[in-house]
Structure formats: structure tokens, C-alpha cells
Design a binder for this molecule. Sequence first.
Ligand SMILES: [Fe+2]
Length: 199
Amino acid sequence: MAEPQATPEHLGFTGQTPVPSLALVRRLWEDHGMLDNIRRHSEAVAAVALLLCDWLEEAGIYLRRDAVRIGALLHDIAKTPCLGTERRHDLEGQQILTDLGFPEIGYLVGKHVYLGPEAPLDETMVVNYADKRVNHEEVVNLNQRWAYIADRYGRDDPERLTRIEMGRRRSMEMERTIFQALLHLHNPDEIARRYKEKL
Ligand SMILES: [Fe+2]
């Protein structure tokens, strides 16, 4: 596989954008040896992301639900082989999907760790935010999720901790963007309640 490259430009979804099938998702999970706990995490992220799609539709914002669901199921596709290494699972995941002919889903996967401030509210943002609300398989708030990330990946390294703090602030901005678009008919805490009800 070629060295993963960051794609700086935004890639969005239209009605015609190709998205992998669920059968392909299952095959990719197998091919990339995705651990069971990461599969369950991905299912939980997909459930939260689809709940956000429901709410956005109530507010008149229609995203590609299939792209959101499949993107959430694939966001950690490269995580298992990258565990315990310095490899970037976000960029490697992007490369896997781009090589298969799905550059937009690749972009979404490549941006699931960090999405810049210029990014619009779209499928990529919804999956990025949903991932920040799910720790393992549990729905948590942003501060809980980022405390876990700082603890696990910060390694008391000031540079890493600064990057993590940037990510935390950015995810709070995304939360504001999303809930403003929902006209504040819903609030962030409602996600945990609704997620439990559906189980
Ligand atoms: Fe990830």
C-alpha cells in the first residue's frame, strides 16, 4: 500500500456518490482483521450518527444516511493493525477506501480523528462528532471522551496533550454547530438517553 497522504480539500457527498454496500463493509472488517470490540464501537457510532441524521431531517437538513452509516461502520477500518504503533489509522483507512474507488468515504474516514474549523456540517462532521460521543460502546459526553483520549494517548507528552486539547475544543465547536442547526430542539445529553432506549 502506498504511503497515506492527507487530502487537504473537502470531499462532499451528492446523490450519486458511490458508497460501499453493507456486504463490502463486512468483508473489509474480515480482511483487515477488525477486533470485535472495534466492530461493536463502530456499530454504536453508527447508531448515534443515524440518530443525529433523524434530528437533522426534522430541522430540514438531509444528509446521505447510507454514507453516514457506512462511514461510521468503516471509520476505524485500519485501527487494528495500527494499535501499539505510530501509524495513522485515520490516513491508512482513507487510503484503503480511496484505493477501492470510494474517495468520499475515504475522506470521511481520514477526517474522523480531526476535522478542521472550515469544515461544513455534513456526513463527515456527523461521523466525527458521533465518534467523540462513544467511548468503547458507551455513549458519553465530550469531556468524558476527551479525558479518556488524553489518558490513553497523551502519555504526559506536552505536544500530544496540546493536540488533544485542540481536538477537544474543536469537537465542542462542532457540537455547537450541530445543535444550532437542530434549532436547539434537542440537546447533547439527549443522545445518551435515546441510545439506551433503543437497546
Ligand atoms: Fe478512530
